[in-house]
Design a protein around this ligand. Sequence first.
Ligand code: TXA
Ligand code: MG
Length: 330
Amino acid sequence: MDLGLRTSDSGLRTSDSAIAHAAVILRAGGIVAMPTETVYGLAANAFDPKAVARVFEAKRRPSFDPLIVHIADLDDLPGVATEVPEAARAVAERFWPGPLTMVFPKRPEIPDIVTSGLPTVGVRFPDHPVARALIRAAGFPLAAPSANPFGYISPTTAEHVREQLGDAVDAILDGGPCRVGVESTILAWRPEGPVLLRAGGTPVEALEEVAGPISRPAPRMPTAPQDAPGQLPRHYSPRTPLSLDASPDDFPAGARLGWLGLGRPDRPERYVSVESLSESGDLREAAARLFAAMHRLDALGLDAVLAQPVPNKGLGLAVNDRLRRAACQG
Ligand code: TXA
Ligand code: MG
């Protein structure tokens, strides 16, 4: 079922009746793809372990990867988390709603399947009117990972969700293209202080202005997904290998190559397709365009995509992190 009724070009409103219908589906234990300002999420009632299990199934997501719980008001926080430090409250007041997830000790009502058995829960208050209206209409927080098959590019349009997960979800709400375009920044509050678990849509430099120094563990190469190709949805093209910092000379003369980066490549004639994330070098614009550009390149059946890292500051940290992960899975 597709409830994507777009009523304005800005994409900020899906009709109230579509949201109400999606809330009914959620209350019945169904799963709904919803727009957020970062990427589209695949939502289920965070208190219903069976509904959450359907999310894992639809995404073919391993059970050891915990989901983020989405709330629509600061007052919802005590219902999912305990022990919110004073500094975290200050950060929440400054950056929520927005592209920030914070990890706290969880309430016992949050089922283990949501947190993969961890005693903590990742909580996010999204800044998208459709996501917030949906949470309010449902009447409970929504557990939602990004709405893509595990290990693939995150969706930043309803069309991406339709292509990748269409048949596996009960409804898709279309809120237009995501404004931020990369997933939320994840911050954990540990006894020793705040720790950055994932670079994302809120620059860590901005967080530090409120939270003080945030420790940043050295980036680890994530392990490749275990899925055999036969288990993957047929409508999704095999992932094109992505190389970071490579030269076209590293490939045979006839290789069909794509390029991804800021500005323009040195030798544009060597590429079948060039995706400039921002002509002016704007890192926010680059983040907003990143996943859609990766989806377009991946649809071309190229031999390889050559990606150029961006400056490692502001949203560039998140862009480089996603490029590194894509390169690792290539
Ligand atoms: O922007 C976003 O965060 C999007 C939108 C839909 O809200 N969601 C998202 O979810 O990116 P997902 O499932 O693709 O990534 C969630 C990640 C997990 O892979 C895990 O690394 C981390 O959040 N996470 C969740 N709960 C955690 C916890 N209790 N402790 C540590 N990390 C956690
Ligand atoms: Mg994801």
